[in-house]
Ligand binder design. Structure first.
Ligand code: 5RP
Length: 231
């Protein structure tokens, strides 16, 4: 699939996801290129239709994008319960809609925002659908920089092969919006993702991991057959 086709899919799914938002809602705004399409489509509705809602962004990039359209933003401090959260994913299972998220590095804030929301809708293109997690994506694990080498050893003991995430433009460590590091953990195909999600988070130094298990309500998938809305 070429890049321009993927971009079209992202825009299509972004538009459909944005149509789920109604005036007065409190909405979690996800991160990554597909979630950005949702924010742009919401921005269009904000400017052209007068749609009014309050957004809680999951990253600094998303906050800047939403602000560029004039979308009103708040924090979970002021608004701890949300009606809806819409976000992208790196892998989604056909059954149960389990996810791997965090290739964009926003997984901790994304998970906090997801669990603050009554409903979670995931937006992807068809390339992201898998039978089993771990198919082509590592599990991103957000760790505190202090003693990260020790944290990495504990992750290896539970089966991870680790790549330290670096900035694209240099050999420096990639840092999240919360100034944490990301260790991309390859576990191969993951047979019990619920167990692994808990096991990783029990390791001292781990802030959060990119497994989102039993927490997706709906998935919008853009592909060659149009948009599928799975509930
Ligand atoms: C960022 C994420 C993104 O939602 C995920 O990486 C998907 O991104 P994209 O839509 O650009 O493929 O979890 O932390």
């Amino acid at each position: 699939m070429d890049a321009s086709q993927i971009e079209i899919y992202k825009q299509q799914v972004g538009k459909v996801a944005a149509s789920l938002v109604t005036s007065g809602m409190k909405v979690g705004l996800g991160s990554g290129s597909t979630a950005a399409c949702v924010v742009r489509a919401l921005g269009k509705r904000w400017q052209e239709e007068g749609l009014r809602f309050i957004g809680v962004p999951t990253s600094v990039d998303t906050a800047h994008l939403a602000q560029s359209f004039g979308i009103e933003l708040t924090t979970l401090g002021k608004c701890p319960e949300l009606d809806l959260d819409i976000d992208g994913a790196d892998e989604v299972t056909h059954q149960h809609y389990h996810l791997i998220k965090g290739l964009g590095g926003a997984l901790l804030r994304e998970k906090i925002v997801r669990y603050a929301a009554k409903k979670f809708v995931v937006v992807v293109d068809e390339r992201k659908m898998v039978d089993q997690l771990g198919d082509h994506t590592p599990v991103p694990v957000e760790v505190t920089p202090f003693g990260w080498e020790a944290t990495a050893k504990h992750l290896e003991k539970i089966g991870a092969t680790i790549s330290i995430r670096l900035k694209k433009e240099s050999q420096e460590f990639f840092l999240t919006d919360g100034a944490n590091m990301i260790l991309d953990c390859h576990f191969g195909l993951i047979t019990d993702p619920a167990k692994l999600e808990k096991e990783i988070n029990e390791i001292v130094g781990v802030m959060e991991n990119g497994l989102f298990i039993h927490c997706t309500d709906e998935v919008l998938i853009a592909g060659h057959d149009g948009i599928q809305h799975l509930k």
